[in-house]
Design a protein. Structure first.
Length: 348
């Protein structure tokens, strides 16, 4: 028992003008969790123009990652994770500043990671039971999750949920490239990288405001669809070109077989169209084959680059460098205080 690793949990809350709802989020966060030795609270200020940061500090949040202008949820998540890992996080939980998710369930959310049953846990909102969701939105949520699971080879009921827990190992392996929302992308990456992922059923809190990620369900569908396609192509582009080669190849051979049939029957005249169609389809097959080869080479290169990036992250987030990051934070805070003091003097 004396050799047990001390577990540090970072709870990160991306915020964009959440001064009214943030107190409710922080109030319900557990202060002790079995298996966790240190719980650190962090907000990601994504260009807030209200008093979100002041409210957070007043309520005991020690860690603040700030953007001078709104950068989006994916960037907020990525920067928050970078900060947490630099400061020794073993587990990172992400929840929203609008109090949509039940903060009191964070202790349950991290248990599969503590038991080594999974490296990612996604809170399942059980969207079919949310009264605020229209039938169309519920249908789209189920369809979107089905598409993501097909692309990832996983079985996550609520792929769009932002209430999640990640182990340090999983975060080092994941690379966020989308600019919209990381939710779909991380599941597809986890499935294709064989990262253990599971879900935990939760119930959501009453809605406090409209989403700031999108203006309507159709915009959300378009942006989510784009993120899914990009993530799928990152891992499975070769599958598309393989099927393209096979389909165009078979379809291209059929006109030739038809032409040879009529040629053997002495009726070759008037069937040149079959040869032309066959040639066109076989050209498509050759192009697909070339793209298949290129995509396969790129897939191998991506794996090599990601392996190197993973090793770089392990070095960057290792314990010997944590003092360096802490000193950097101290210097930044000192510069900020000096700037504030100078501004106050200038105003006088």
């Amino acid at each position: 028992m004396g050799n047990r690793q001390h577990m540090r949990l970072f709870i990160q809350i991306p915020c964009l003008n959440e001064e009214k709802t943030l107190p409710s989020v922080l109030e319900k966060i557990p202060r002790t969790i079995p298996g966790i030795d240190h719980i650190e609270l962090m907000i990601v200020d994504d260009g807030c123009s209200d008093n979100t940061v002041e409210v957070a500090r007043r309520l005991g949040v020690k860690h603040v990652v700030q953007h001078t202008r709104p950068m989006g949820l994916a960037r907020a998540f990525r920067d928050g994770v970078d900060y947490a890992l630099k400061h020794g996080a073993d587990i990172v939980v992400n929840t929203d500043g609008d109090n949509q998710y039940p903060s009191e369930k964070i202790g349950d959310l991290v248990q599969p990671i503590l038991r080594h049953d999974a490296d990612i846990v996604v809170g399942d909102r059980q969207t079919s039971k949310i009264s605020e969701f229209s039938p169309f939105k519920k249908l789209m949520q189920r369809f979107g999750s089905w598409v993501v699971n097909k692309a990832a080879g996983t079985n996550i009921p609520d792929a769009a949920s932002g209430f999640r827990a990640y182990s340090r190992k999983a975060l080092i392996q994941l690379n966020i490239v989308t600019e919209f929302s990381y939710c779909m992308e991380t599941i597809i990456q986890a499935g294709n990288k064989r990262i253990a992922i599971t879900s935990y059923s939760i119930t959501t809190n009453p809605k406090t405001r409209e989403s700031r990620l999108f203006t309507n369900i159709f915009e959300h569908m378009a942006k989510s669809g784009g993120a899914i396609v990009r993530s799928f192509l990152m891992f499975k582009a070769h599958t598309i070109f393989l099927w393209g080669t096979l389909i165009f190849g078979v379809l291209g051979l059929l006109p030739f077989v038809r032409f040879l049939y009529f040629l053997s029957a002495g009726q070759s005249s008037g069937h040149i169209q079959s040869l032309l169609a066959g040639i066109a389809l076989l050209i498509c097959a050759v192009i697909s084959l070339a793209l298949l080869i290129i995509s396969e080479v790129q897939r191998i290169q991506r794996k090599l680059v990601e392996d190197q990036l993973e090793r770089t992250k392990e070095i960057m987030y290792a314990k010997p460098l944590r003092d360096t990051w802490a000193q950097e934070d101290t210097a930044e805070k000192f510069d900020a205080l000096r700037y504030s003091a100078q501004s106050a003097v200038d105003q006088k």
